[in-house]
Every structure is written in structure tokens, then in C-alpha cells.
Design a binder for this molecule. Structure first.
Ligand SMILES: [Mg+2]
Length: 247
């Protein structure tokens, strides 16, 4: 059997619970622009199915008869302002989810390569990684491929960059879109659902845990190896997930 050589992580919701910060920044940008738009949690939850900030704004406006019609340039400007507000809010402090830093450090010490694979913009990705104090060998963000998650293009590119076969990596994601993207690329996936993605369908996942766990705070295994018990996700557990996924 081939050994585990790389870990790929999604960003929003997986490394940290960033969506509430995103929602606040979108609303702030709408307000500053004088738009009669406010995304409450339920609205935002529905909009999360649309990946990419510009696409999300456009999708909402297209389905909102009472909203003014904006040009592509106006949407792009609104999105840039949202990103600036988000970056400012990030500096107030945002912590990684349980187990994220520990697992990254363990993987790095074992010689694994670490990739960040996200549909958020490169600017957001850079600011967030700096705020969280996390480092990756490869960052694929935003528009580097024409089709975003759940298309497998982003994960196929990540494998190509590292020169790896799908079974030599494990992906950590927090949403169905992310799971499908990685699964369609053939990579085993461990899902840690976030605030907005608790009730999504994760049947293709190799494992689903409430989070990655810490030694003093093991995570409930909702699906996969050790189901029903509590585990701390380490490299040994990821090997179990790979075996589980290949059967
Ligand atoms: Mg996510």
C-alpha cells in the first residue's frame, strides 16, 4: 500500500469558522453602498451553495426583484470592499478550529506536504492564513481553474502540482461542495462540518467528525472508523480513513 504523502485542507469553515465574518463583511459592504440588502443567517446558509463571493452577490441580485441591477464592475467593486472589511475584522482575532494546528504540525514533522485548496480569493486566503498563523506548501485559491467546487478541477490541479496519485492524499473539508470536489478527484475525504454545514449529506466521505479533536477534547465520530466513539484525528487515524475509503 502506498503511504500518505500529502494533506489538503479547505479554508472557510474547515481551518476556522470564517463564514460569520464573511456574512458580516457582505452586509457591511451592502450597507455602505446604500443597497437595501441584508443577509441573515438563514439567507446566507442558502447562498453558501454558490461558491465565490462575486458569484454569490450576482446570484442573490438575480433573484431579488426589489434590488437594483448592478454591472459586473459594480459587483466586483462591492466584492473588493467586502474583502477589505473582512480583512480588517480578521485582525480582531480568529482561532483555528480544534486540532487544526496540531494535525498540521504532526503532518509537517512527518514530512507530508500540505496544500490549501479553496475557492475564496487569493487575497482572503493570504490574510486568513496570516491571522491564523498557519503555513502551507501550496495554496490554490480563487480563479486558478475555470470551474469551482464541486467540480474536481481544483483538487486535480493540487494532485498534479504535488505529482501525486489521489490515494496518496487525504482531504479535510467542511461542506458537501468540498466533499464532492475532492471525491470526484478520487481523494479520500474527512469532513468536519462547520456552523453552516451540519445538516448536509456526507455519504461519500471516508469519515465525518465534529472536528479534528485535541488530546483533552476528542471529537465525536459521526461516520467512518471508530463510528459512535470519540477520536483525536492524527496521521494514524487518516491512514484508517484511507483504508475505509478504498473498501
Ligand atoms: Mg468550506
Amino acid at each position: 500500500m502506498v503511504g500518505l504523502k500529502a494533506l489538503f485542507f479547505d479554508l472557510d469553515g474547515t481551518l476556522a469558522e470564517t463564514e460569520e465574518l464573511h456574512r458580516w463583511a457582505f452586509n457591511q459592504a451592502f450597507q455602505e453602498a446604500g443597497l437595501p440588502v441584508f443577509w441573515d443567517r438563514a439567507t446566507y446558509k442558502d447562498l453558501l451553495w454558490v461558491t465565490g463571493g462575486k458569484e454569490r452577490i450576482r446570484h442573490f441580485l438575480d433573484g431579488c426583484p426589489a434590488c437594483p441591477s448592478l454591472s459586473q464592475e459594480e459587483v466586483a467593486r462591492l466584492h473588493r470592499r467586502k474583502n477589505t472589511l473582512y480583512a480588517l475584522a480578521l485582525r480582531e482575532g480568529l482561532a483555528p478550529r480544534p486540532g487544526v494546528r496540531r494535525l498540521l504540525e504532526e503532518a509537517r514533522a512527518a514530512g507530508l506536504r500540505l496544500g490549501l485548496v479553496t475557492t475564496t480569493s487569493p487575497e482572503n486566503a493570504e490574510v486568513l492564513l496570516e491571522a491564523l498563523g498557519l503555513r502551507f506548501d501550496l495554496v490554490l485559491a480563487g480563479d486558478v481553474v475555470p470551474r469551482k467546487k464541486p467540480d474536481p478541477a481544483l483538487y486535480l490541479l493540487a494532485l498534479e502540482r504535488f505529482g501525486l496519485e489521489p490515494q496518496e492524499a487525504v482531504v479535510v473539508e467542511d461542506s458537501r461542495n468540498g466533499l464532492l470536489s475532492a471525491h470526484r478527484a478520487g481523494i479520500p475525504v474527512l469532513v468536519t462540518p462547520s456552523l453552516y454545514t451540519q445538516d448536509q449529506d456526507y455519504r461519500e466521505a471516508g469519515a465525518v467528525l465534529e472536528h479534528l479533536g485535541e488530546p483533552g477534547e476528542p471529537a465525536l465520530v459521526l461516520r467512518g472508523p471508530g463510528q459512535g466513539g470519540r477520536r483525536v484525528v492524527d496521521l494514524g487515524y487518516l491512514e484508517e480513513v484511507r483504508e475505509w475509503s478504498s473498501t
